[in-house]
Ligand binder design. Sequence first.
Ligand SMILES: Nc1nc2c(ncn2[C@@H]2O[C@H](COP(=O)(O)OP(=O)(O)OP(=O)(O)O)[C@@H](O)[C@H]2O)c(=O)[nH]1
Ligand SMILES: [Mg+2]
Length: 399
Amino acid sequence: MGVVGKPNVGKSTFFAAATLKDVPIADYPFTTIQPNVGVANLKTECVCREMGVKDSPRNSACVDGTRLVPVKIVDVAGLVEGASKGKGLGNQFLDDLRQADALIQVVDASGSTDLEGKKVPPGTHDPVGDVSMVEREFDLWMYGILKKDWEKTTRSMEQTGGKIVEHMAGRLSGLSVTLADVEQVVLRLHLRTEKPSAWTDDQIMQFVVETRKLTKPSLVAANKADLPTSRPNIDGLRRMGREVVPCASEAELLLRKAAERGLVRYSPGDPTFDVKDPGSLTAAQSRALQMVDEKVMKVYGGTGVQDSINRAFFDLLKAIVVFPVEDETRLTDKEGRVLPDAFVMRGGSTALDLARTVHTELAETFLYAIDARTGKRLGSDHVLSNRDIVKIVSSGKRG
Ligand SMILES: Nc1nc2c(ncn2[C@@H]2O[C@H](COP(=O)(O)OP(=O)(O)OP(=O)(O)O)[C@@H](O)[C@H]2O)c(=O)[nH]1
Ligand SMILES: [Mg+2]
């Protein structure tokens, strides 16, 4: 998951709130230069209670029946208009987002930073244009990758009978774009694959836009929602027809740190928090927590950080969480750990895909799978559902 946006909107604050990693945060543009890479959690109902077992997770954690599954998150430098032509920090750093499956676009909903991220009085900048600016720069970056030597390449392909879709997929493979993705978009746009040299720049740009939407779906985290000027802008962002999550990253960071220090009971995504011992707080701590309660929790029912992460996976990517086990009756692995692992997988993943995720060898010697809930046998192309508990049966012998 990649965190993108113009400078000074709270990307690193969002990242820090999601990972509890200490990273530079400041109220001026280009605080972040090198990307921050960390681990956030996807939060989903565990299957332990339903199955009536006490689990012993290994690759994830289970807190009061909620599974926390680690997912990688990358926070990059701010993007400004003209980045593709080298403005700001340019767009080289977008390379750090190549592997991202989904993007969270952080926006300063309070309108207190201009298009370049410089401070302006709250409410004076309309963030709607920021969303399209960032997407446009992202597209120009992908366009640049594709257009490199385009004329020469397409001409020679037409002479030798080379496949343009394969060439394009090769160019974009580093961005997690597959041949199937390229073929799908080319078909949808009715681009003539036998004569790519005749494609106009507009058509190539259209290809890029559609490919971005398909392979890097994004949602808008409308950040700084605690500031009063955010309300109308959040409505404005929603009118763009985008998935918008009101977000208060700073509040989330504060709550998580307070929870870590034992001052409050709070778990990411909770709609409220409890102060453990009001008498133990300093006046400043007490005031800060009260502000969070009044300006964020009571208004939006949560800080939106965990919600953004969950929605990126479950809504945008239609991801599922699957629990592989070795013993389908006791729900354990070889060592007897109960429900040891939870894997995040793309929607549409099959039993064979799960085998591949667990171990390549398991996929190579795959015989069938078993649904631990029903005891039913599942074939290799059986499409898995969210929260499936599955045993893979393999021959253990290759070939
Ligand atoms: N009011 C409010 N301020 C926030 C919130 N999140 C971040 N900020 C402030 O916004 C400013 C920028 O935060 P950063 O996290 O450094 O922003 P960034 O987008 O990573 O900035 P660059 O790395 O420079 O692109 C800091 O002063 C933060 O304290 C929030 O939820 N509410
Ligand atoms: Mg930053």
